[in-house]
Design a protein. Structure first.
Length: 179
């Protein structure tokens, strides 16, 4: 990593509390969390957005959520996210062909229309945000998404762009990789 971080076993006070919350939600405090360890309040805000966008079973399936994540990480060339979300897509029941298409930035044409439109929207928002239009939103509506689901999709893709760019900009490496 390109900046100093505080390992979970060295955390005290507010940071230790935030790390404990991360561990409750995710099982461990991985490097993408540790990169923000110098500012516990910022890290808490990051966790809050993660919970609000990635851990909501009431609207996106795990496969849809992690397919959006893999799409965004691929577009941002975030190797850390590619590794973690490839595993998550496969664990959520996605095929190797789906992973290959998402990583390559291709249309996963064998998947349901809803998933195809979600990942297309996320990729376009990531790479060409100024070209988004009502037509893009209408395509999501045509796949059965409500306006609140569309709002949440935008927040999810935006959050994933934030996380991927944080990781790329600050050199977050896979757990166990040498510094």
């Amino acid at each position: 990593m390109f900046i100093e971080t505080i390992a979970p076993e060295s955390a005290t006070g507010r940071l230790a509390e935030v790390y404990a919350s991360i561990a409750r939600h995710h099982g461990q405090v991985t490097n993408i969390w540790q990169i923000a360890s110098l500012d516990a309040d910022l890290l808490q805000a990051h966790l809050d957005m993660n919970v609000a966008t990635m851990l909501r079973p009431d609207w996106l399936s795990p496969l849809e959520c992690h397919s959006i994540a893999l799409t965004v990480c691929s577009a941002n060339e975030c190797l850390y996210g590619l590794h973690h979300h490839t595993e998550a897509v496969l664990q959520a029941g996605g095929s190797a062909d789906l992973v290959e298409a998402l990583v390559a930035g291709e249309d996963p044409d064998t998947e349901p229309v809803r998933l195809r439109r979600l990942v297309y929207f996320a990729r376009k928002l990531t790479l060409l945000p100024n070209s988004m239009s009502r037509r893009d939103v209408d395509h999501l509506r045509g796949a059965g998404l409500s306006d609140v689901e569309i709002l949440r999709t935008v927040h999810t893709a935006a959050y994933l762009n934030y996380t991927a760019r944080l990781g790329v900009a600050l050199g977050v490496q896979l757990e166990g990789d040498a510094a």
